[in-house]
Design a protein. Structure first.
Length: 368
C-alpha cells in the first residue's frame, strides 16, 4: 500500500512505515502527478483535494488530521467512490485552551473580571462544547446557538443568533464553513448580525476566516460596535488583511487548534481510519504521543495574584504568537508550519494549590 502524507503532520514518521510505503511531501507538492499512484492520503487543511487533483488517480481513501473538511471536494469523492474521513473533535480542547487564555490575557490587560460575563457561543459541536466547559468552569454565563443541534434536540438550552448578538459580552464562533443551505456560515458575522449587537462585545473567530465579513467586521470595530477582536482565522489566508491585523487585540496565524495533544489526536485518527478501511493492524498507534512540556510542573506560589489565570497562561501565552505574526505577517504560513505546539492542561502538574482553586484546576484537567 502506498501513502502520501503532508510532511508537516507530526508524530507520523516511524509509525506509518511499519505497514505501508509512505512518502512525505510539502503542501506545495500536492499535485495530480505527485499523488496519482497513491492508495491513501494523509492531509491537513492547507492541502486542497479538488476534482482536478484527484481525477484519474488510484486514491481510495483521504484522511485529514483536522476537524474541518472543506478542503476536500467531498461531492466529487462520493461520486468517484473515494472514501474520506476527518478527525472530529481532535483539537477541541486545544481551541478551548486558546480561547480561555486569550480571554484571560485581555481581562488582565483591561483589568476586567470575566466571572459572570455572558459568553455567546455560535456553534456548539465538539469545539463549542469544549469552550463552554472551560469558560463555564471559570465562572462565565453561557448562551448557546446551534440551529442544527436545536433541530435535533429541541429548543431547550439554545438561543437565536439575534439573542447572542443582543445579550453577549463576548461572542465566539465555532461553526464549520459552509457556503450554501439554510444554515450556511459564510459571512455569518455580517452587517445584519452586527446591526443586532448591543453590548460592545469582544469578538472571537477561531473556526474559519470567511465566517466573518472582514470589511463589515472592521467597520464594526471602528464604530465601537465591538470593542475587542481576537482573530485566529482570516479571510484569504495566508494573505491576511493588514488593517484587521492592526485592529485586532490578539492576532494569531490560525493556530488555535495546534496543541501538541490535538495534533497527536489528529494523527491517531488518520491512522485508525486507514487501519479500519484497509483492514490492517496499526501496531504502533499507541506510540503517537506528544513530548512532555519543558516545564511540566507549575508552582502556584510563584504567582502573587490571579494564580490560576497565570497557570493557564503558562501552558499557552497568546501574546507570544501575536508578536510573531505582527512582526512578520507575510510569513503567515511559515509561522503556522513552524509553530511550537503547546501541551494542554493535562500535561501539567500544579503545586501548592489552594482549596478554592481545586474546582477550576480539576475541571480544566490539570494534575495535582
Amino acid at each position: 500500500m502506498k501513502i502520501i502524507a503532508d510532511n508537516t503532520i507530526p508524530y507520523l514518521q516511524g509509525i506509518a512505515e511499519t505497514f505501508a510505503e509512505i512518502s512525505y511531501i510539502s503542501p506545495e507538492e500536492f499535485t495530480h502527478d505527485r499523488i496519482k499512484n497513491a492508495d491513501a492520503l494523509i492531509i491537513r487543511s492547507i492541502d486542497k483535494c479538488t476534482q482536478q487533483i484527484l481525477e484519474g488517480t488510484s486514491i481510495k481513501l483521504i484522511t485529514t488530521a483536522t476537524i474541518g473538511f472543506d478542503h476536500i471536494d467531498t461531492a466529487y469523492c462520493d461520486k468517484a467512490g473515494i472514501a474520506w474521513a476527518n478527525a472530529p473533535g481532535c483539537n477541541a480542547d486545544s481551541v478551548a485552551q486558546y480561547v480561555l487564555a486569550s480571554l484571560i490575557t485581555l481581562s488582565i490587560r483591561n483589568n476586567i473580571d470575566l466571572k459572570n460575563k455572558t459568553l455567546g457561543i455560535v456553534g456548539v459541536g465538539h469545539v463549542g462544547k469544549a469552550v463552554e466547559r472551560v469558560c463555564k468552569a471559570y465562572g462565565m454565563n453561557i448562551l448557546r446557538n446551534d440551529p442544527l443541534r436545536e433541530a435535533q434536540e429541541g429548543s431547550a438550552g439554545f438561543v437565536s443568533l439575534k439573542t447572542i448578538a443582543e445579550e453577549s459580552d463576548i461572542i465566539t464562533f465555532h461553526v464549520p464553513y459552509t457556503v450554501s443551505g439554510i444554515h450556511a456560515t459564510r459571512h455569518l458575522a455580517n452587517e445584519a448580525f452586527f446591526a443586532e449587537v448591543k453590548k460592545k462585545p469582544w469578538f472571537i473567530n477561531t473556526c474559519r476566516g470567511a465566517v466573518h465579513d472582514t470589511t463589515t467586521l472592521l467597520k464594526a470595530k471602528r464604530e465601537g460596535i465591538v470593542s475587542e477582536l481576537i482573530i485566529d482565522c482570516w479571510e484569504n489566508e495566508p494573505h491576511i488583511d493588514l488593517q484587521l491585523l492592526d485592529a485586532a487585540s490578539i492576532a494569531t496565524p490560525h493556530i488555535a487548534g495546534f496543541s501538541a495533544d490535538g495534533k497527536a489526536n489528529g494523527t491517531r485518527a488518520c491512522l485508525q481510519t486507514i487501519g479500519n478501511f484497509f483492514r490492517i493492524p496499526i501496531e504502533k498507534i499507541g506510540e503517537v504521543v506528544p513530548p512532555l512540556p519543558e516545564e511540566p510542573v507549575i508552582d502556584l506560589d510563584l504567582f502573587t495574584s490571579r494564580r490560576m489565570e497565570q497557570a493557564v497562561l503558562k501552558t499557552f501565552c497568546p501574546e507570544t504568537v501575536d508578536r510573531m505574526l505582527r512582526n512578520a505577517p507575510h510569513h503567515f504560513e511559515s509561522l503556522r508550519n513552524n509553530y511550537n505546539h503547546p501541551r494542554e492542561y493535562k500535561a501539567y502538574t500544579l503545586l501548592n494549590i489552594k482549596e478554592e482553586e481545586i474546582f477550576l484546576s480539576d475541571l480544566l484537567g490539570f494534575n495535582r
